[in-house]
Design a binder for this molecule. Structure first.
Ligand code: ADP
Ligand code: MG
Ligand code: MG
Length: 250
């Protein structure tokens, strides 16, 4: 489904991704682990189409479509969704207004009719209940004054409503207490399906006890340096990333 070949990316003359290769199949949950600064967030932004990054080489294909030739909104319409490590607070934009606009923008890009308000409310209420999001939270401006856990739940709510085919979760576990971690993980697990793939970026193994990955990739120095099954996460938890730092120095 997602195929990244020899991706080289820089920002302000600083090389961040260095010939990264990664394949994620349909139905797969792929975890990316790696030390701080290894380029994990940069990879997620480049897939989602955030500007500022200069792609020097390589390609990113989603179902054979070249994502690098598409604007961020076209990528979203094609099914790419990024749950941010640090969700933005948007004063003046109500959460419900935002959700409806996001859903309708997606429908428009796909040539579908706008959602009616009753349909929209029905869908939001169902998804919010599953994520244990109280109604009054949705009456507030987007993410403004939300706790870390509430912001992450809001990201997963967006994902549940947009039903993307390729979901990227960038350190969704950071700032979550154990209850919020469970709720967020259940929300993600409910979306697992044979025609949807996930890229779960995390610094710690903890999240992967709840969202059990099919594959684990270790990122270091802007490339994938090792790939394996879910047991690789346990090995990393036990040994840390020191092995990879040494192999780089060697
Ligand atoms: P990770 O998510 O793995 O912690 P990042 O992708 O956030 O890593 O960052 C990788 C490297 O790129 C870091 O050294 C970081 O300082 C650098 N970097 C990221 N964004 C920028 C930017 N906008 N300007 C300059 N350097 C950046
Ligand atoms: Mg980081
Ligand atoms: Mg990061």
């Amino acid at each position: 489904m997602l195929e990244i070949k020899n991706l080289v990316v820089q920002i302000e003359d600083k090389r961040i991704l260095n010939g990264l290769n990664l394949t994620v199949n349909k139905g797969e949950v792929a975890a990316i682990m790696g030390p701080n600064g290894s380029g994990k967030s940069t990879l997620s932004y480049v897939i989602a189409g955030k500007e500022d990054y200069e792609v020097l080489d390589g390609e990113i294909l989603l179902d054979g479509q070249n994502l690098l030739e598409m604007e961020a909104d076209q990528r979203a319409a094609a099914g790419v969704f990024l749950a941010f490590q640090y969700p933005l607070e948007i004063p003046g934009v109500g959460s419900m207004t935002f959700l409806k606009a996001a859903m309708n923008a997606q429908r428009k890009a796909r040539g579908e009719d706008e959602l009616t308000t009753p349909e929209f409310i029905k869908q939001v209420n169902a998804a919010a209940a599953q994520l244990e999001i109280p109604k009054d939270m949705l009456k507030r401006a987007l993410n403004v004054g939300f706790s870390g856990g509430e912001k992450k739940r809001m990201e997963i709510l967006q994902m549940a409503l947009l039903q993307p085919s390729f979901c990227i979760l960038d350190e969704t576990d950071s700032g979550l207490d154990i209850d919020a971690l469970r709720i967020v993980s259940e929300g993600v697990n409910a979306l697992r399906s044979p025609d949807r793939a996930f890229l779960v970026i995390t610094h710690y193994q903890r999240l992967l006890n709840h969202i059990v990955p099919d594959t684990v990739h270790v990122m270091h120095g802007g490339r994938i340096v090792r790939s394996g099954g879910k047991e690789l996460a346990l090995e990393l938890e036990a040994n840390g990333y020191a092995d990879y730092r040494e192999s780089e120095a060697a």
